[in-house]
Write a protein that binds this ligand. Structure first.
Ligand SMILES: [Mg+2]
Length: 236
């Protein structure tokens, strides 16, 4: 693996220097919990459930950006598996019926500095691609709308979603990187928050420089490799 870049400015500088020598660079961005904070999506869904089912105890529940799904938020609010099982099951179903839909992507908010960083990277000549575990059928429409709405550099052909929701994200991303012609690029950067995906790409494509978004993840694995880690795209 190559040296860890010092910061986001270094990535811009590297891309710019290669572009000046007519060498291509590529930055691949995951979306959920990498460019977008999705806790506001979950917050909206919880509020709707609370309103619809008149669950006053749920109304003030805060979803934190480091939460994964709904579990941590409801446990923090005092709900328990023992006492509230039926309610929590029903909330979980309500949440998953909405969370993975185009409509609710509009409640996501980009992380600090994300839009300007991706734009600056595009401006210095780095190619931009979005590689997401969102699935094509349920989420492509909203994904396109939201990327455009927030002003991310966008072209249809640079957005890659899973062809079907059953496929594992890890496998989808692994195969995508395998198909990519790496020799066309002097440098490839991959921005990702999920350790399972990060570890799969470290293993299969060691030449890719991974930037780990230390935001939130599924708690299935940890990142142990010495990667550059950031919590957002804010720059000095
Ligand atoms: Mg993600």
């Amino acid at each position: 693996m190559s040296a860890i870049p010092t910061n986001l400015n270094q990535i811009l500088k590297t891309s710019s220097e290669y572009a000046a020598q007519n060498m291509r660079t590529l930055a691949v961005f995951d979306l959920d919990s990498t460019l977008f904070n999705v806790s506001t999506r979950t917050q909206k869904i919880l509020s709707e459930f609370a309103e619809l089912h008149k669950v006053d105890r749920l109304k003030g529940v805060e979803v934190k950006h480091e939460d994964w799904g709904i579990k941590e938020a409801v446990l923090r609010a005092g709900f328990t598996i023992e006492n509230d099982l039926e309610l929590l099951k029903s909330l979980r179903d309500f949440w998953s019926e909405r969370f993975f839909t185009s409509e609710y992507l509009h409640y996501d908010v980009p992380y600090l500095g994300a839009i300007s960083f991706v734009q600056d990277l595009a401006d210095v000549g780095c190619e931009i691609k979005y590689l997401t575990g969102r699935d094509h059928t349920r989420m492509r429409k909203g994904t396109v709308e939201v990327l455009k709405k927030w002003g991310f550099p966008f072209a249809e052909e640079n957005l890659y979603l899973k062809p079907n929701k059953e496929q594992e994200d890890e496998l989808f991303k692994h195969e995508w990187f395998k198909k990519l012609n790496h020799s066309e690029y002097k440098k490839i950067f991959f921005f990702e928050n999920e350790p399972v995906n990060v570890n799969a790409i470290i293993e299969s494509c060691p030449e890719v420089e991974i930037i780990f978004l230390d935001t939130t993840h599924a708690r299935k694995q940890e990142v142990t490799a010495p990667l550059y880690k950031i919590k957002h795209f804010g720059r000095e």
